[in-house]
Write a protein that binds this ligand. Structure first.
Ligand SMILES: [Zn+2]
Ligand SMILES: [Zn+2]
Length: 357
């Protein structure tokens, strides 16, 4: 099969023929139809999150079940599926209490490779997924069946970017009707936090970014107010509109933005960190602020998503015309042009670029 391999940090991916093993007993081999470029893939490929090379990136995908291990009964060859990095054992305390995204089971795929270069080198999948390739082998819990008429490009976005933003608002913060929400950063994840807030009935919904063009686009997803942080003090602007926000979602991976977000809160408010900062980033906060104003600073991993129940719900919202997915896709590229697709995301030209197979 063809795969885009990261052999060296901060260098273009190498698209080449590689070999892939059959799935083990509880694994699924998926034929990838669409895989979106997520900023986390880029951070890892740039070496910003540590780790080792080589590897095969990609974790925001959809495709068809090609082959299943002998213990698999939940899907069969030919089934259309979303392929995500969220794997769950179904047995631990998190899986049993509706928090399967926190499942800490160590999967064989976290340390083993199913793909190998023609010279015999192991090519492990990034975050046990590795969908920058024509096929990927994942644990059974990482695939969710979707309807046959669901477009694959839109379906791929559900695996990471959409659930991360939407779920931070809906699952983690559980935003109430008419509560004030601020979303810092209006990239792919930020726009999905905005549409999560809009679908939850929040008001006002304030988008904060440094580019007027992105702020304009955020209105399509439900932003009621916009603040250009390059032109005015974002904390003051939010305070003027809300008197202090009830919820702030920080979707950019930036320590200063987290502090800004915390400064925008009213007493009792909650800031949810969603964007991945660099491994070396730190923040300093006065503990007194937490006590006196009972503010909450928390985070949401993968939108605190219960993959098997949330993905079908989101497909339903999309098919009802409530959840916007088509509007998130900027470009579609073949695997051979994955480096161009990544480059355009790095330059801030794209919301989501999708590799189509
Ligand atoms: Zn992602
Ligand atoms: Zn578990």
């Amino acid at each position: 099969m063809k795969a885009a391999v990261c052999y060296e940090f901060a260098k273009p991916l190498v698209v080449e023929e590689v070999d892939i093993d059959p799935p083990k007993k509880d694994e699924v081999k998926a034929k990838i139809a669409a895989t979106a470029i997520c900023h986390s893939d880029i951070h890892v490929c740039m070496g910003e999150l540590g780790g080792k090379v080589p590897f095969i990136g990609g974790h925001e995908s959809a495709g068809y079940v090609e082959e299943v291990g002998k213990d698999i009964t939940s899907v069969k060859p030919g089934d259309p599926v979303v392929v995500s990095l969220i794997a769950s054992c179904g047995k631990c305390v998190y899986c049993r209490t509706g928090r399967s995204h926190l499942c800490s089971y160590m999967w064989p795929l976290d340390r083993e490779s199913r793909a190998h270069s023609k010279s015999g080198q192991d090519l492990p999948p990034l975050v046990r997924t590795g969908t920058f390739a024509e096929y990927a082998i994942v644990h059974e819990s990482q695939v969710v069946k979707i309807p046959a008429d669901m477009p694959m490009d839109c379906a791929s976005l559900l695996a990471c970017g959409v659930i991360t933003g939407f779920g931070a608002v809906v699952n983690r913060a559980k935003v109430e009707v008419a509560s004030s929400c601020v979303i810092i950063g209006t990239g792919g994840v930020g726009l999905n936090a905005i549409q999560g807030a809009a679908i939850s009935g929040a008001y006002p919904i304030i988008a904060v970014d440094v580019l007027d063009s992105k702020l304009e686009a955020s209105k399509t997803f439900g932003a009621t107010h916009t603040v250009n942080a390059a032109k005015k003090d974002a904390v003051e602007a939010v305070r003027e509109i809300t008197g202090g926000a009830e919820y702030v979602f920080v979707t950019v991976g930036n320590a200063d933005a987290i502090l800004q977000g915390f400064g925008m809160l009213r007493p009792g408010g909650m800031t949810v960190v969603v964007g991945l900062p660099k491994a070396t980033d730190t923040i300093t906060l006065s503990p007194l602020m937490f006590i006196k104003d009972e503010k909450t600073l928390t985070a949401s991993y993968m939108g605190s998503t219960e993959l098997q129940t949330d993905i079908p719900k989101m497909v339903g919202l999309y098919r009802a015309g409530i959840l916007k997915l088509d509007e998130l896709i900027t470009g579609r590229y073949p695997l051979e042009q994955i480096n161009e697709a990544i480059d355009s995301v790095v330059k801030g030209k794209a919301l989501r670029n999708v590799i189509m197979f």
